[in-house]
Write a protein that binds this ligand. Structure first.
Ligand code: AP5
Ligand code: MG
Length: 214
């Protein structure tokens, strides 16, 4: 089962992808998490990606596509995977689709988590992220057991650099311009499914499971 999560920044892609990955035993691949881990570890890739991410702009396609193609070729992806934050531009989606087609493969489900822009800004200010393992919390909706500490790995939780209100606005603009066209791209492939992302996260999850199991 190969799944792509679509949706605006803060729509809940990462939250849902994590739960789906756990339920179906497939890896959750988040390009944002991969870039943040590289920034934290001071790698060359991290140095290149940082300025784009901090401004809320997209990292160039050439730094992104090969990374994902290599990742999905790993043995743990044999039964499928869930992509979160990739593809994010039409060129990324085209190259990735061609790469899959070489092995007679395709994306089975592209799940668009729909949340209006008005709801997004409030969610982002309350988000806390673990830069070590990628877990995500919300100070109000999904608080960690111990304030400021990741339940999963015990690392310190932080407010992401790109979660400041001005940057969130730019990310939303970038989303509408560069990423939203992917909805039609996957609709044309017959893979698009839509869920209402304004519901409680458990209800969003139930809606996604229903789509995957119907
Ligand atoms: P990335 O890390 O992918 O960020 P994003 O797409 O902006 O998405 P977010 O992680 O902000 O939101 P999400 O949808 O995962 O929401 P979450 O589950 O956390 O990318 C960051 C940057 O990396 C990009 O800006 C770009 O620079 C670069 N990048 C990454 N991939 C790239 C690519 N392919 N090409 C080029 N550049 C790339 O939820 C948000 C908050 O809401 C959380 O606090 C959560 O707890 C809470 N929440 C979740 N669900 C609910 C709910 N139902 N009700 C209430 N609260 C909820
Ligand atoms: Mg995310």
């Amino acid at each position: 089962m190969k799944i792509v999560m679509l949706g605006a920044p803060g729509a809940g892609k990462g939250t849902q992808a994590e739960m789906i990955a756990e339920k179906y035993g497939i890896p959750h691949i988040s390009t944002g998490d991969i870039f943040r881990a590289n920034i934290k570890n001071g790698t060359e890739l991290g140095k290149k990606a940082k300025s784009y991410m901090d401004a809320g702009n997209l990292v160039p396609d050439e730094l992104t596509v090969d990374l994902v193609i290599d990742r999905v070729a790993q043995p743990d992806c044999e039964k499928g995977y869930i992509l979160d934050g990739f593809p994010r531009t039409i060129p990324q989606a085209e190259v990735f689709t061609e790469q899959l087609a070489k092995n007679n493969e395709k994306i089975d489900f592209a799940i668009d988590v729909e949340v209006p822009d008005e709801n997004i800004i409030g969610r982002m200010g309350g988000r806390r992220a673990c830069l070590n393992c990628g877990a995500t919390y919300h100070i109000q909706y999904i608080p960690p057991k111990k304030e400021g500490i990741c339940d999963v790995c015990g690392s310190e939780l932080v407010l992401r650099n790109d979660d400041k209100p001005e940057t969130v606005k730019n990310r939303l603009n970038v989303y509408h311009e560069a990423t939203q066209p992917l909805i039609d791209f996957y609709k044309a492939q017959g893979a698009l499914r839509e869920v209402d992302g304004t519901q409680d996260m458990k209800d969003v999850f139930a809606a996604i499971v229903k789509i995957l199991e119907d």
